[in-house]
Design a protein around this ligand. Sequence first.
Ligand code: KG4
Ligand code: ZN
Length: 334
Amino acid sequence: MKILGIETSCDETAAAVIENGTKIISNVVASSASLQAKFGGVIPERAAREQIKSMIPVLEEALSKTKKEEISAIAVTVGPGLIGSLLVGIETARVLSYLWEKPIIPVNHLVGHIYANFLNNKKNPEFPILALVVSGGHTDLVLMKNHGDITWIGGTRDDAAGEAFDKCARLLGLSYPGGPAISAEAEKFQISNAKLQMFPRPMVNEVNYDWSFSGLKTAVKRYLETEKNIDTPLVSANIQEAIVDSLVIKTVRAISEFRSKSFLLAGGVAANQRLKEKFSEEISKIQNVEFFVPEPSLCTDNAACIASEAYFNNKKEDFQKINANPELTITSEI
Ligand code: KG4
Ligand code: ZN
């Protein structure tokens, strides 16, 4: 069964064809990130205008290896995200659904991120699954007892992990998106056994699975205002380590408490090498849990994971009943 996925929730325009939820037939992503970088972040109207231009070429490329008769359904992100951006994908899916007489499957973007871990794998993750979604706008830890059975365990009380990377990068004068920029600077820092304790890890000793990242941005700002000679690689390595430590310490505790068989890392920040290394290291100390993380191109926004989610959850809808919902949470019913 082949599903066409469409994703336009933020600044990417993406389309993909996925077979049986796991095999990538095509996966095309056009990003306006370099354009957004000029303005230091995503400007919603500009993002939507770029998506209108990119949508048809991206679709044509994604569909070039498949006959449209072979497509069983159209999966589309309905939220959360920017309203103008979401509508570009939703209206495209609606038209295709009408013309091809195929159902639409609405997908929650945050849940979609998790399903990047079902793509191109030798083996699918086993339930119960604990999943950490770390993206530009969200940080959510969830327990999945089955497909569609998701319980929220914890999340950020203020800034998302990706947002912390982006805001700190901006303070350092680095480019947008901040995560890859900080990580590249941090790699230039050579002392591998340094403690990297310049910035705090708030809430790590609290008995809950919540995070707070807004204090990090304030601490970095204060440091930059008071220091005369800024060593960007050193500061970047410290920012990265503070975010990584906070995420790993609390998540590893949850993996033990909920006895999950699989731990799935997802979202743009999951592309971070240091985060993956630290999770691998800590999870290897726990028995009977397997660690999954998508390849970097499947961590950031894409339509392949959206089509995969649609296959496993398969909530077909009439095209007239699909609506954009910018405020969806990871456990919202759609
Ligand atoms: O999931 P995503 O592509 O879009 C949203 O749904 O938000 O995530 C984007 C976020 C940005 O904040 C970006 O800085 C971060 O993911 N990111 C990274 C890395 N690559 C992307 N953060 C840390 N290290 C990376 N290598
Ligand atoms: Zn995303």
